[in-house]
Design a protein around this ligand. Structure first.
Ligand code: MG
Ligand code: ZN
Length: 184
């Protein structure tokens, strides 16, 4: 490992980077969420390494392939680059415990609310989890962040969190524009 430990900004994909139209597997359906590029740039300037962690059960369900996913994300990386954002590592879970086809039907440790993707990213990029942040639009994203004891999670949603939810270190906002870089 040749890099010093860094704090990460973990981003969910569907609903945070792009509008969640449901199982987005093609670039043509990839519509950026208002404010996402400026949010990424704000956090990058503040020293956060941005990492995408995304459940992609559309792959498990056979709606699109892993190759489709990679082709889509390479175009997204080009858009990031054009916006002045560094290459963003992407971790994805292609599984689903019930609706997966063949080997994709699996009770895995990567699908959020499990935190396998965050743990793997932390290992591969020397991430300091206790000073890192998660932004997600599903409570599953928040649970994954809480499982590895991130400093803070932003829940971008108008929905009420589940009744048994742990709300400590969580801020609920209705849009990305309400999130500013703060010290944790
Ligand atoms: Mg989402
Ligand atoms: Zn998985």
């Amino acid at each position: 490992m040749d890099s010093a430990p860094v704090k990460a900004l973990f981003l969910d994909r569907d609903g945070i980077i792009n509008v969640d139209h449901g199982y987005v597997g093609q670039y043509e359906n990839f519509e950026y969420v208002d404010g996402i590029f400026s949010l990424m740039k704000r956090f990058e300037s503040a020293g956060y390494k941005i990492i995408i962690v995304t459940n992609q059960s559309g792959i498990a369900r056979g709606l699109y392939s892993e190759n489709d996913f990679h082709a889509l994300m390479s175009r997204v990386q080009q858009d990031f680059q054009r916006e002045g954002i560094s290459f963003v590592p992407v971790y994805f879970c292609p599984h689903h415990p019930e609706h997966g086809i063949g080997e994709y039907k699996k009770q895995c440790t990567c699908r959020k609310p499990s935190s396998g993707m965050l743990k793997q990213a932390a290992q591969e990029h020397a991430i300091m989890l206790p000073s890192s942040i998660m932004i997600g639009d599903s409570w599953r994203d928040i649970e994954a962040g809480q499982d590895v004891k991130l400093a803070h999670c932003y829940f971008v949603s108008s929905k009420t969190p589940p009744a048994n939810a742990q709300l400590e270190n969580v801020t609920q906002v209705s849009s990305l524009n309400e999130i500013s870089v703060a010290r944790y």
